[in-house]
Design a protein around this ligand. Structure first.
Ligand code: CAA
Length: 295
């Protein structure tokens, strides 16, 4: 389904979000709150239900904090549809992939979307934190329409979006993606070249890994490291609490992408982080990471 041809490309009203974990849910939320028609894809009915619950929980929080009225909640909910069939992305003008940081899985999603999404000017975007956009672009027949639109967690609260272009991304795709993030979603956009980690993670990940090494070596406790940065530098949370928020699996996956690109020791995952991921201690989402969230 394509819109009637006009000289200026139409604004993006039909959005697809692939994956409804903490990032996908946040992206779906901000798009639906901005009045877009949003189709959210999950792999199975149980995951879709978990995603819906996650979204409704965020709306409850927003209403409780007077960030959203009851009426806005109703409209936002009505803008969201859940599906387990990727073919439902066919009429989307922008599809944002937000599955786990796994290159093979992401390239597979892009190849499949390329065969499904019909509009020639539809944008296929990834929320990847670190995987080169070029690798996702060349998994499709339309690398000029592939771009990185990287949101920050929690998406409804944090303003930043990193716009990441590969060597093949067209100027038109960049301009439309920027308008989408800035004008439609009211985000603050910074641009980055296609290098693992982009701007923010290239700075943030070595900081978090240093905090983990500091704790691992017995230099200071998790609480003292975090308090140091909260009380001494006015950060909203310390590096270990932040790793728990991001998810230790995501933190390790981003570190791995950066290490494999640059071979810099400062990006190498500390053994403690690897062991915690292997043990399923992934942070807030599993109830335990550097801190216990089970009660
Ligand atoms: N919709 C709208 N607003 C919401 C909301 C929602 N669903 N949920 C919360 N808010 C608002 C609250 O109303 C509150 O606003 P006010 O200050 O105006 O009252 C604000 O968001 C903070 O919410 P809370 O009070 O619940 O939480 P908090 O004050 O304890 O802050 C936090 C929590 C926002 C997570 C804060 O600690 C923070 O900003 N931490 C740093 C997070 C960060 O660095 N994230 C980046 C991670 S890196 C990443 O994401 C990318 C990557 O690739 C790894």
């Amino acid at each position: 389904m394509t819109d009637t041809a006009t000289s200026a490309p139409p604004s993006i009203e039909r959005v697809g979000v692939i994956g409804c974990g903490q990032m996908g849910a946040g992206i779906a939320e901000v798009c639906a709150r901005a009045g877009m028609d949003v189709v959210v894809h999950e792999v199975d009915a149980a995951s879709a239900e978990r995603g819906r619950t996650r979204l409704l929980g965020s709306f409850d929080k927003a209403v409780a904090r007077n960030k959203m009225t009851e009426e806005e909640r109703e409209t936002t909910v009505s803008n969201l549809t859940f599906t387990t069939d990727l073919a439902d992305m066919a009429d989307r003008r922008m599809v944002i992939e937000a599955i786990i940081e796994d290159e093979a899985m992401k390239t597979d999603v892009f190849t499949r979307l390329d065969g499904i999404v019909t509009a020639d000017d539809a944008i296929l975007a990834s929320n990847t934190s670190s995987i080169p956009i070029m690798k996702l672009g060349i998994a499709t027949q339309r690398p000029e329409n592939v771009v990185g639109i990287h949101f920050f967690n929690p998406v409804p609260v944090l303003k930043l979006v990193e716009l990441v272009t590969s060597l093949m991304t067209s100027k038109e795709t960049v301009a439309r993606s920027e308008r989408f993030a800035e004008d439609a979603l009211s985000k603050v956009v910074i641009r980055s070249k296609d290098r693992a980690g982009f701007v923010v993670n290239a700075l943030l990940i070595p900081y978090i890994l240093s905090a983990i090494r500091m704790m691992e070596s017995g230099f200071a406790t998790a609480e003292d490291i975090d308090n140091g940065m909260v009380e001494g530098c006015n950060h909203p949370m310390g590096p270990l609490a932040l790793a728990d928020l991001i998810g230790l699996d995501t933190t390790a996956a981003v570190a791995e992408s950066m290490y494999s690109e640059f071979k810099e020791p400062l990006y190498a995952s500390p053994a403690m982080l690897s062991r915690m991921v292997e043990a399923g201690l992934l942070g807030r989402k599993t109830g335990r990471g550097f801190y216990d969230y089970s009660h």
